[in-house]
Design a protein around this ligand. Structure first.
Ligand code: PXG
Length: 481
Protein backbone atom coordinates (compact mmCIF):
# COMPACT_ATOMS: atom_id res chain seq x y z
CA UNK A 1 0.00 0.00 0.00
CA UNK A 2 1.30 3.42 -0.82
CA UNK A 3 1.49 6.26 1.64
CA UNK A 4 -0.47 9.02 -0.06
CA UNK A 5 0.28 12.37 1.51
CA UNK A 6 -2.43 14.19 -0.42
CA UNK A 7 -5.06 12.37 1.64
CA UNK A 8 -3.62 13.69 4.88
CA UNK A 9 -2.78 17.23 3.92
CA UNK A 10 -5.06 18.53 6.68
CA UNK A 11 -3.01 17.04 9.53
CA UNK A 12 0.44 18.12 10.55
CA UNK A 13 2.97 17.23 7.85
CA UNK A 14 4.52 13.83 8.40
CA UNK A 15 7.91 12.49 7.51
CA UNK A 16 7.47 9.16 5.73
CA UNK A 17 9.72 6.41 7.06
CA UNK A 18 13.14 6.68 5.46
CA UNK A 19 13.87 2.99 5.42
CA UNK A 20 12.27 -0.38 5.93
CA UNK A 21 14.03 -0.61 9.25
CA UNK A 22 12.59 2.69 10.43
CA UNK A 23 9.17 1.62 9.23
CA UNK A 24 9.31 -1.39 11.53
CA UNK A 25 10.19 0.70 14.57
CA UNK A 26 6.55 1.55 15.09
CA UNK A 27 7.11 2.99 18.58
CA UNK A 28 9.50 5.60 17.30
CA UNK A 29 7.36 7.66 14.99
CA UNK A 30 6.40 11.20 15.84
CA UNK A 31 2.80 11.94 16.77
CA UNK A 32 2.34 13.74 13.46
CA UNK A 33 3.62 10.76 11.56
CA UNK A 34 1.37 8.33 13.44
CA UNK A 35 -1.61 10.58 12.80
CA UNK A 36 -0.84 10.93 9.14
CA UNK A 37 -0.52 7.18 8.63
CA UNK A 38 -3.64 6.52 10.69
CA UNK A 39 -5.61 9.03 8.63
CA UNK A 40 -4.26 7.57 5.41
CA UNK A 41 -4.96 3.90 6.08
CA UNK A 42 -7.15 3.20 9.10
CA UNK A 43 -10.94 3.22 9.29
CA UNK A 44 -11.95 3.50 12.96
CA UNK A 45 -15.05 1.84 14.42
CA UNK A 46 -18.16 3.99 14.95
CA UNK A 47 -16.40 7.14 13.74
CA UNK A 48 -16.89 10.03 11.37
CA UNK A 49 -13.59 9.49 9.59
CA UNK A 50 -13.58 12.79 7.75
CA UNK A 51 -13.78 14.80 10.91
CA UNK A 52 -11.48 12.46 12.86
CA UNK A 53 -8.81 12.68 10.17
CA UNK A 54 -9.00 16.45 10.24
CA UNK A 55 -8.49 16.63 14.01
CA UNK A 56 -6.18 13.61 14.30
CA UNK A 57 -6.48 10.75 16.79
CA UNK A 58 -4.83 10.65 20.16
CA UNK A 59 -2.15 7.96 19.87
CA UNK A 60 -2.02 5.73 22.95
CA UNK A 61 1.38 4.10 23.23
CA UNK A 62 1.54 2.37 26.60
CA UNK A 63 -0.34 1.66 29.79
CA UNK A 64 0.22 0.59 33.37
CA UNK A 65 -2.29 0.01 36.16
CA UNK A 66 -5.11 2.50 35.56
CA UNK A 67 -3.01 4.91 33.47
CA UNK A 68 -2.41 5.37 29.76
CA UNK A 69 0.31 7.39 28.07
CA UNK A 70 -0.10 9.03 24.70
CA UNK A 71 2.57 9.62 22.08
CA UNK A 72 3.16 13.13 23.40
CA UNK A 73 3.98 11.87 26.89
CA UNK A 74 0.67 12.84 28.53
CA UNK A 75 -0.42 10.58 31.38
CA UNK A 76 -4.14 9.89 31.24
CA UNK A 77 -6.28 8.17 33.87
CA UNK A 78 -8.51 5.57 32.24
CA UNK A 79 -11.98 5.93 33.68
CA UNK A 80 -13.35 3.40 31.18
CA UNK A 81 -10.98 0.40 31.56
CA UNK A 82 -10.36 0.59 27.82
CA UNK A 83 -13.85 -0.17 26.56
CA UNK A 84 -15.26 -1.55 29.83
CA UNK A 85 -12.87 -4.47 29.66
CA UNK A 86 -9.47 -4.08 31.36
CA UNK A 87 -10.75 -5.35 34.70
CA UNK A 88 -7.35 -6.34 36.17
CA UNK A 89 -5.72 -3.13 34.93
CA UNK A 90 -2.88 -2.75 32.48
CA UNK A 91 0.53 -4.39 32.60
CA UNK A 92 -0.21 -7.59 34.52
CA UNK A 93 2.74 -9.86 33.93
CA UNK A 94 0.74 -12.96 34.87
CA UNK A 95 -1.36 -12.55 31.73
CA UNK A 96 1.65 -11.79 29.55
CA UNK A 97 3.47 -14.88 30.85
CA UNK A 98 0.41 -17.07 30.30
CA UNK A 99 0.21 -15.95 26.66
CA UNK A 100 3.96 -16.35 26.09
CA UNK A 101 4.07 -19.82 27.60
CA UNK A 102 0.97 -20.98 25.72
CA UNK A 103 2.24 -19.61 22.40
CA UNK A 104 5.37 -21.66 22.78
CA UNK A 105 3.60 -24.83 23.83
CA UNK A 106 0.55 -24.83 21.58
CA UNK A 107 -0.23 -21.52 19.87
CA UNK A 108 -3.27 -22.88 18.09
CA UNK A 109 -5.38 -25.92 17.79
CA UNK A 110 -9.07 -26.26 17.08
CA UNK A 111 -11.76 -27.88 19.16
CA UNK A 112 -13.90 -29.07 16.25
CA UNK A 113 -13.06 -32.63 15.31
CA UNK A 114 -13.01 -34.64 18.51
CA UNK A 115 -10.07 -32.64 19.90
CA UNK A 116 -9.57 -30.37 22.88
CA UNK A 117 -6.61 -28.90 24.75
CA UNK A 118 -5.60 -28.09 28.34
CA UNK A 119 -6.24 -24.31 28.37
CA UNK A 120 -9.84 -24.60 27.21
CA UNK A 121 -10.44 -27.44 29.66
CA UNK A 122 -8.98 -25.42 32.56
CA UNK A 123 -10.95 -22.34 31.58
CA UNK A 124 -14.25 -24.21 31.39
CA UNK A 125 -13.70 -25.83 34.78
CA UNK A 126 -12.73 -22.49 36.32
CA UNK A 127 -15.75 -20.70 34.86
CA UNK A 128 -17.99 -23.44 36.22
CA UNK A 129 -16.45 -22.80 39.64
CA UNK A 130 -16.87 -19.01 39.48
CA UNK A 131 -20.30 -18.81 37.82
CA UNK A 132 -23.55 -19.47 39.70
CA UNK A 133 -24.08 -23.13 40.54
CA UNK A 134 -26.30 -24.05 37.59
CA UNK A 135 -23.80 -22.78 34.99
CA UNK A 136 -21.49 -25.65 34.16
CA UNK A 137 -21.07 -25.46 30.38
CA UNK A 138 -19.46 -22.83 28.17
CA UNK A 139 -19.18 -22.24 24.42
CA UNK A 140 -16.38 -19.97 23.16
CA UNK A 141 -16.06 -17.31 20.51
CA UNK A 142 -14.03 -14.13 19.94
CA UNK A 143 -16.25 -11.28 21.06
CA UNK A 144 -19.46 -10.25 22.72
CA UNK A 145 -21.16 -9.85 19.35
CA UNK A 146 -20.32 -13.41 18.39
CA UNK A 147 -21.49 -14.43 21.83
CA UNK A 148 -24.93 -13.03 21.09
CA UNK A 149 -24.97 -14.64 17.64
CA UNK A 150 -24.23 -17.87 19.50
CA UNK A 151 -27.05 -17.15 21.94
CA UNK A 152 -29.50 -17.02 19.03
CA UNK A 153 -28.19 -20.34 17.71
CA UNK A 154 -28.50 -21.98 21.12
CA UNK A 155 -31.96 -20.58 21.79
CA UNK A 156 -33.32 -21.88 18.49
CA UNK A 157 -31.62 -25.24 18.91
CA UNK A 158 -33.00 -25.50 22.44
CA UNK A 159 -36.60 -25.00 21.32
CA UNK A 160 -36.09 -27.39 18.42
CA UNK A 161 -35.03 -30.06 20.92
CA UNK A 162 -38.24 -29.38 22.86
CA UNK A 163 -40.32 -29.86 19.71
CA UNK A 164 -41.47 -26.22 19.93
CA UNK A 165 -40.44 -25.11 16.47
CA UNK A 166 -42.68 -22.07 16.39
CA UNK A 167 -40.79 -20.42 19.24
CA UNK A 168 -38.67 -18.13 17.07
CA UNK A 169 -39.11 -14.53 18.26
CA UNK A 170 -36.53 -12.89 20.49
CA UNK A 171 -37.54 -9.82 22.46
CA UNK A 172 -34.95 -7.21 23.26
CA UNK A 173 -34.96 -3.55 24.28
CA UNK A 174 -34.63 -0.15 22.71
CA UNK A 175 -31.29 1.42 23.61
CA UNK A 176 -29.87 -1.97 24.53
CA UNK A 177 -26.46 -2.85 23.09
CA UNK A 178 -25.64 -6.40 22.06
CA UNK A 179 -22.83 -5.92 19.54
CA UNK A 180 -22.24 -5.00 15.96
CA UNK A 181 -22.53 -8.15 13.90
CA UNK A 182 -25.81 -8.30 11.97
CA UNK A 183 -27.40 -10.36 14.74
CA UNK A 184 -25.85 -8.27 17.54
CA UNK A 185 -26.89 -5.04 15.84
CA UNK A 186 -30.44 -6.29 15.28
CA UNK A 187 -30.76 -7.45 18.88
CA UNK A 188 -29.49 -4.09 20.05
CA UNK A 189 -31.92 -1.22 20.09
CA UNK A 190 -29.71 1.54 18.73
CA UNK A 191 -31.78 3.27 16.06
CA UNK A 192 -28.78 4.80 14.31
CA UNK A 193 -27.29 1.32 13.83
CA UNK A 194 -30.54 -0.07 12.48
CA UNK A 195 -30.74 2.76 9.94
CA UNK A 196 -27.38 1.75 8.48
CA UNK A 197 -28.31 -1.92 8.47
CA UNK A 198 -31.09 -2.65 5.99
CA UNK A 199 -30.49 -6.43 6.32
CA UNK A 200 -31.50 -7.52 9.75
CA UNK A 201 -32.02 -10.83 11.47
CA UNK A 202 -35.69 -11.76 11.35
CA UNK A 203 -38.02 -12.27 14.30
CA UNK A 204 -36.43 -9.77 16.67
CA UNK A 205 -38.62 -7.14 18.31
CA UNK A 206 -37.99 -4.49 20.94
CA UNK A 207 -39.74 -3.15 24.01
CA UNK A 208 -38.98 0.11 25.84
CA UNK A 209 -36.04 0.44 28.21
CA UNK A 210 -36.29 1.07 31.97
CA UNK A 211 -34.78 4.58 31.72
CA UNK A 212 -36.48 6.40 34.58
CA UNK A 213 -34.80 9.82 34.31
CA UNK A 214 -35.43 10.22 30.62
CA UNK A 215 -38.70 8.41 30.04
CA UNK A 216 -40.85 8.25 33.19
CA UNK A 217 -44.04 10.29 32.88
CA UNK A 218 -46.15 11.81 35.63
CA UNK A 219 -45.59 10.94 39.26
CA UNK A 220 -44.47 7.33 38.92
CA UNK A 221 -41.84 6.24 41.41
CA UNK A 222 -38.75 4.54 39.97
CA UNK A 223 -40.13 1.21 41.22
CA UNK A 224 -43.53 1.73 39.61
CA UNK A 225 -41.95 2.85 36.36
CA UNK A 226 -39.56 -0.15 36.25
CA UNK A 227 -42.46 -2.50 36.88
CA UNK A 228 -44.48 -0.92 34.08
CA UNK A 229 -41.53 -1.25 31.69
CA UNK A 230 -41.07 -4.92 32.66
CA UNK A 231 -44.76 -5.51 32.04
CA UNK A 232 -44.30 -4.38 28.44
CA UNK A 233 -42.63 -7.76 28.01
CA UNK A 234 -45.83 -9.52 28.95
CA UNK A 235 -47.85 -7.32 26.58
CA UNK A 236 -45.40 -8.06 23.75
CA UNK A 237 -45.52 -11.81 24.42
CA UNK A 238 -49.32 -11.76 24.35
CA UNK A 239 -49.24 -9.74 21.11
CA UNK A 240 -46.90 -12.21 19.37
CA UNK A 241 -48.24 -15.32 21.09
CA UNK A 242 -46.22 -17.17 23.74
CA UNK A 243 -45.87 -20.16 21.40
CA UNK A 244 -43.90 -17.95 19.05
CA UNK A 245 -41.53 -16.37 21.57
CA UNK A 246 -38.18 -18.05 22.21
CA UNK A 247 -36.30 -15.66 24.47
CA UNK A 248 -35.89 -12.28 26.08
CA UNK A 249 -32.41 -10.75 26.15
CA UNK A 250 -31.19 -7.79 28.18
CA UNK A 251 -28.12 -6.35 29.80
CA UNK A 252 -28.71 -6.45 33.59
CA UNK A 253 -27.81 -2.75 33.44
CA UNK A 254 -27.45 -1.07 30.06
CA UNK A 255 -23.80 -0.16 29.58
CA UNK A 256 -23.28 1.59 26.25
CA UNK A 257 -26.87 2.84 26.51
CA UNK A 258 -25.86 5.04 29.44
CA UNK A 259 -25.35 2.91 32.57
CA UNK A 260 -29.09 2.65 33.02
CA UNK A 261 -29.83 0.88 36.28
CA UNK A 262 -33.41 -0.34 36.57
CA UNK A 263 -35.12 -0.13 39.96
CA UNK A 264 -35.27 -3.31 42.03
CA UNK A 265 -38.75 -4.20 40.76
CA UNK A 266 -37.62 -4.70 37.16
CA UNK A 267 -35.72 -7.99 36.91
CA UNK A 268 -37.89 -10.08 39.26
CA UNK A 269 -40.88 -9.11 37.11
CA UNK A 270 -39.03 -9.92 33.87
CA UNK A 271 -38.09 -13.31 35.33
CA UNK A 272 -41.66 -13.99 36.49
CA UNK A 273 -42.98 -13.25 33.00
CA UNK A 274 -40.34 -15.40 31.26
CA UNK A 275 -41.13 -18.35 33.53
CA UNK A 276 -44.88 -17.90 33.16
CA UNK A 277 -44.76 -18.06 29.37
CA UNK A 278 -41.86 -20.55 29.09
CA UNK A 279 -39.43 -18.12 27.52
CA UNK A 280 -35.66 -18.31 27.89
CA UNK A 281 -34.09 -15.43 29.80
CA UNK A 282 -30.71 -14.27 28.51
CA UNK A 283 -28.46 -11.94 30.51
CA UNK A 284 -25.91 -10.16 28.36
CA UNK A 285 -23.07 -9.94 30.87
CA UNK A 286 -20.47 -8.62 28.44
CA UNK A 287 -20.01 -5.44 30.53
CA UNK A 288 -21.58 -6.53 33.81
CA UNK A 289 -19.64 -9.79 34.11
CA UNK A 290 -16.44 -10.42 36.06
CA UNK A 291 -16.83 -8.08 38.97
CA UNK A 292 -18.03 -4.75 37.62
CA UNK A 293 -20.91 -4.48 40.13
CA UNK A 294 -19.03 -6.13 43.00
CA UNK A 295 -20.65 -9.48 42.21
CA UNK A 296 -19.04 -11.86 39.76
CA UNK A 297 -22.02 -11.35 37.44
CA UNK A 298 -24.40 -8.42 37.29
CA UNK A 299 -27.51 -10.62 37.31
CA UNK A 300 -26.47 -11.66 40.83
CA UNK A 301 -26.60 -8.01 41.87
CA UNK A 302 -30.15 -7.73 40.51
CA UNK A 303 -31.18 -11.10 41.92
CA UNK A 304 -32.40 -13.10 38.97
CA UNK A 305 -31.46 -16.38 37.32
CA UNK A 306 -30.90 -16.36 33.58
CA UNK A 307 -30.89 -19.39 31.29
CA UNK A 308 -27.95 -18.13 29.22
CA UNK A 309 -25.22 -15.57 29.88
CA UNK A 310 -23.13 -13.80 27.25
CA UNK A 311 -19.54 -13.12 28.30
CA UNK A 312 -16.57 -11.24 26.80
CA UNK A 313 -14.50 -8.16 27.79
CA UNK A 314 -13.58 -8.90 31.44
CA UNK A 315 -13.17 -12.61 30.61
CA UNK A 316 -9.62 -11.82 29.45
CA UNK A 317 -9.53 -8.23 30.75
CA UNK A 318 -9.26 -7.34 27.06
CA UNK A 319 -5.63 -8.53 26.80
CA UNK A 320 -6.68 -10.83 23.95
CA UNK A 321 -10.10 -11.15 22.32
CA UNK A 322 -12.43 -13.80 23.66
CA UNK A 323 -16.16 -14.23 24.17
CA UNK A 324 -18.26 -17.04 25.58
CA UNK A 325 -21.79 -18.16 26.31
CA UNK A 326 -22.61 -19.85 29.60
CA UNK A 327 -25.49 -22.33 29.53
CA UNK A 328 -27.70 -23.09 32.51
CA UNK A 329 -27.84 -26.83 33.17
CA UNK A 330 -31.36 -27.17 31.82
CA UNK A 331 -30.35 -25.65 28.48
CA UNK A 332 -27.00 -27.43 28.35
CA UNK A 333 -28.66 -30.78 28.93
CA UNK A 334 -31.01 -30.30 25.99
CA UNK A 335 -28.18 -29.23 23.69
CA UNK A 336 -25.89 -32.07 24.79
CA UNK A 337 -28.50 -34.81 24.50
CA UNK A 338 -29.82 -33.91 21.10
CA UNK A 339 -27.24 -34.47 18.40
CA UNK A 340 -25.16 -32.01 16.43
CA UNK A 341 -24.97 -28.33 17.37
CA UNK A 342 -23.97 -26.82 14.04
CA UNK A 343 -22.07 -23.75 15.12
CA UNK A 344 -18.40 -22.94 15.65
CA UNK A 345 -15.57 -20.58 14.82
CA UNK A 346 -11.96 -21.23 13.88
CA UNK A 347 -10.90 -19.66 17.14
CA UNK A 348 -13.56 -21.16 19.43
CA UNK A 349 -11.65 -21.82 22.65
CA UNK A 350 -8.39 -20.44 21.25
CA UNK A 351 -5.59 -21.83 23.47
CA UNK A 352 -3.78 -18.52 23.95
CA UNK A 353 -6.99 -16.63 24.74
CA UNK A 354 -8.07 -19.42 27.10
CA UNK A 355 -4.71 -19.40 28.89
CA UNK A 356 -4.91 -15.63 29.32
CA UNK A 357 -8.52 -15.92 30.55
CA UNK A 358 -7.47 -18.48 33.17
CA UNK A 359 -4.64 -16.24 34.41
CA UNK A 360 -7.00 -13.25 34.47
CA UNK A 361 -9.78 -15.03 36.37
CA UNK A 362 -7.30 -16.37 38.90
CA UNK A 363 -6.10 -12.82 39.56
CA UNK A 364 -9.67 -11.60 40.04
CA UNK A 365 -10.30 -14.49 42.43
CA UNK A 366 -7.01 -14.85 44.29
CA UNK A 367 -6.30 -11.16 44.77
CA UNK A 368 -9.90 -10.78 45.93
CA UNK A 369 -10.41 -7.99 43.41
CA UNK A 370 -14.14 -8.67 43.06
CA UNK A 371 -14.54 -8.72 46.85
CA UNK A 372 -12.74 -5.41 47.08
CA UNK A 373 -15.08 -3.83 44.54
CA UNK A 374 -18.04 -5.02 46.58
CA UNK A 375 -16.84 -4.05 50.04
CA UNK A 376 -14.30 -1.30 49.65
CA UNK A 377 -13.50 0.52 46.41
CA UNK A 378 -17.00 0.21 44.91
CA UNK A 379 -18.85 1.80 47.87
CA UNK A 380 -16.12 4.46 48.12
CA UNK A 381 -16.40 5.34 44.41
CA UNK A 382 -20.19 5.60 44.61
CA UNK A 383 -20.06 7.70 47.78
CA UNK A 384 -17.47 10.11 46.39
CA UNK A 385 -19.45 10.60 43.19
CA UNK A 386 -22.73 11.16 45.01
CA UNK A 387 -21.21 13.58 47.51
CA UNK A 388 -19.22 15.49 44.91
CA UNK A 389 -22.14 15.98 42.55
CA UNK A 390 -24.91 16.44 45.13
CA UNK A 391 -26.96 19.48 44.09
CA UNK A 392 -24.76 20.16 41.08
CA UNK A 393 -26.68 22.45 38.73
CA UNK A 394 -26.37 20.16 35.69
CA UNK A 395 -26.26 16.67 37.27
CA UNK A 396 -29.72 15.11 37.40
CA UNK A 397 -28.95 11.57 38.51
CA UNK A 398 -26.06 9.29 39.39
CA UNK A 399 -26.63 5.65 38.59
CA UNK A 400 -24.53 2.62 39.29
CA UNK A 401 -23.01 0.38 41.88
CA UNK A 402 -19.55 -1.10 42.39
CA UNK A 403 -17.18 0.39 39.85
CA UNK A 404 -19.63 1.52 37.20
CA UNK A 405 -21.50 4.81 37.14
CA UNK A 406 -23.54 7.07 34.92
CA UNK A 407 -23.91 10.81 35.45
CA UNK A 408 -27.00 12.30 33.86
CA UNK A 409 -26.42 15.80 32.54
CA UNK A 410 -29.62 17.81 32.78
CA UNK A 411 -30.80 21.32 32.18
CA UNK A 412 -32.97 21.21 35.29
CA UNK A 413 -32.16 18.30 37.57
CA UNK A 414 -35.17 18.92 39.83
CA UNK A 415 -37.80 18.59 37.12
CA UNK A 416 -35.76 15.98 35.18
CA UNK A 417 -35.60 18.37 32.23
CA UNK A 418 -32.94 17.20 29.80
CA UNK A 419 -30.92 19.35 27.43
CA UNK A 420 -32.61 19.73 24.05
CA UNK A 421 -29.28 19.04 22.39
CA UNK A 422 -28.23 16.38 24.89
CA UNK A 423 -25.60 14.69 22.77
CA UNK A 424 -23.84 18.00 22.18
CA UNK A 425 -23.61 18.66 25.90
CA UNK A 426 -22.21 15.18 26.48
CA UNK A 427 -19.59 15.78 23.80
CA UNK A 428 -18.59 19.11 25.35
CA UNK A 429 -18.13 17.42 28.72
CA UNK A 430 -16.30 14.45 27.20
CA UNK A 431 -13.88 16.83 25.48
CA UNK A 432 -13.21 18.67 28.75
CA UNK A 433 -12.43 15.28 30.35
CA UNK A 434 -10.17 14.34 27.47
CA UNK A 435 -8.26 17.61 27.68
CA UNK A 436 -7.97 17.13 31.44
CA UNK A 437 -6.38 13.70 30.89
CA UNK A 438 -9.39 11.71 32.09
CA UNK A 439 -11.04 9.15 29.85
CA UNK A 440 -14.77 9.30 30.43
CA UNK A 441 -17.34 8.08 27.91
CA UNK A 442 -20.35 10.14 26.83
CA UNK A 443 -23.56 8.47 25.69
CA UNK A 444 -25.83 11.30 24.62
CA UNK A 445 -26.24 13.36 27.77
CA UNK A 446 -24.94 10.73 30.18
CA UNK A 447 -21.29 10.61 31.27
CA UNK A 448 -20.04 7.12 32.02
CA UNK A 449 -17.32 5.70 34.24
CA UNK A 450 -16.13 2.11 34.45
CA UNK A 451 -12.51 2.10 35.64
CA UNK A 452 -10.22 -0.92 36.03
CA UNK A 453 -11.31 -2.95 39.06
CA UNK A 454 -7.84 -2.67 40.62
CA UNK A 455 -8.21 1.07 41.07
CA UNK A 456 -7.30 2.38 44.56
CA UNK A 457 -8.89 5.21 46.53
CA UNK A 458 -6.30 7.83 45.60
CA UNK A 459 -6.90 7.06 41.92
CA UNK A 460 -10.67 7.17 42.49
CA UNK A 461 -10.23 10.63 44.02
CA UNK A 462 -8.29 11.69 40.93
CA UNK A 463 -11.07 10.49 38.61
CA UNK A 464 -13.79 12.15 40.66
CA UNK A 465 -11.98 15.48 40.91
CA UNK A 466 -11.14 15.51 37.20
CA UNK A 467 -14.75 14.63 36.38
CA UNK A 468 -15.94 17.47 38.62
CA UNK A 469 -13.68 19.95 36.83
CA UNK A 470 -15.00 18.80 33.46
CA UNK A 471 -18.65 18.99 34.53
CA UNK A 472 -18.08 22.43 36.08
CA UNK A 473 -16.43 23.63 32.89
CA UNK A 474 -19.38 22.27 30.89
CA UNK A 475 -21.86 24.12 33.10
CA UNK A 476 -19.80 27.29 32.75
CA UNK A 477 -19.70 26.99 28.97
CA UNK A 478 -23.50 26.59 28.96
CA UNK A 479 -23.84 29.62 31.19
CA UNK A 480 -25.41 27.61 34.04
CA UNK A 481 -24.17 27.99 37.59
N1 PXG B 1 -23.00 -6.93 24.61
C1 PXG B 1 -22.76 -5.86 25.39
C2 PXG B 1 -23.62 -5.65 26.59
C3 PXG B 1 -21.74 -4.98 25.07
O1 PXG B 1 -21.53 -3.91 25.84
C4 PXG B 1 -21.24 -6.36 23.16
C5 PXG B 1 -22.27 -7.20 23.53
C6 PXG B 1 -20.45 -6.68 21.94
O2 PXG B 1 -19.18 -7.06 22.28
P1 PXG B 1 -18.00 -6.96 21.18
O3 PXG B 1 -16.86 -7.66 21.86
O4 PXG B 1 -18.46 -7.66 19.96
O5 PXG B 1 -17.75 -5.51 20.95
C7 PXG B 1 -20.96 -5.24 23.94
C8 PXG B 1 -19.85 -4.33 23.53
C9 PXG B 1 -19.18 1.75 23.99
C10 PXG B 1 -18.91 0.39 23.47
O6 PXG B 1 -18.85 2.69 23.29
C11 PXG B 1 -19.46 -0.71 24.08
C12 PXG B 1 -19.23 -1.97 23.55
C13 PXG B 1 -18.43 -2.12 22.44
C14 PXG B 1 -17.87 -1.02 21.83
C15 PXG B 1 -18.11 0.25 22.34
O7 PXG B 1 -19.70 1.91 25.10
N2 PXG B 1 -19.85 -3.07 24.13
Amino acid sequence: MSYRTEEVAYVQPAQPAASAQAAQATQQRSTAEYRALDAAHHIHPFSDMGSLNRSGSRVIVKAQGVYLWDSEGNKVIDGMAGLWCVNVGYGRKELVDAAYKQMQELPYYNTFFKTTHPPVIELSALLAELAPEAFNHFFYCNSGSEGNDTVLRIVHQYWATQGKHSKKFVISRKNGYHGSTIAGGTLGGMGYMHEQMPSKVENIVHIDQPYFFGEAQGNLTPEEFALARAQQLEAKILEIGADNVAAFIGEPFQGAGGVIFPASTYWPEIQRICRKYDILLVADEVIGGFGRTGEWFAHQHFGFEPDLITLAKGLTSGYVPMGAVGLHDRVAKAIIQNGDFNHGLTYSGHPVAAAVAVANLKLLRDEKIVDRVKNDTGPYFQKQLRETFANHPIIGEISGTGLVAGLQLAQDPKTRKRFANGGDVGTICRDFCFNGNLIMRATGDRMLLSPPLVINKVEIDEIVSKAKKAVDATAQQLGIS
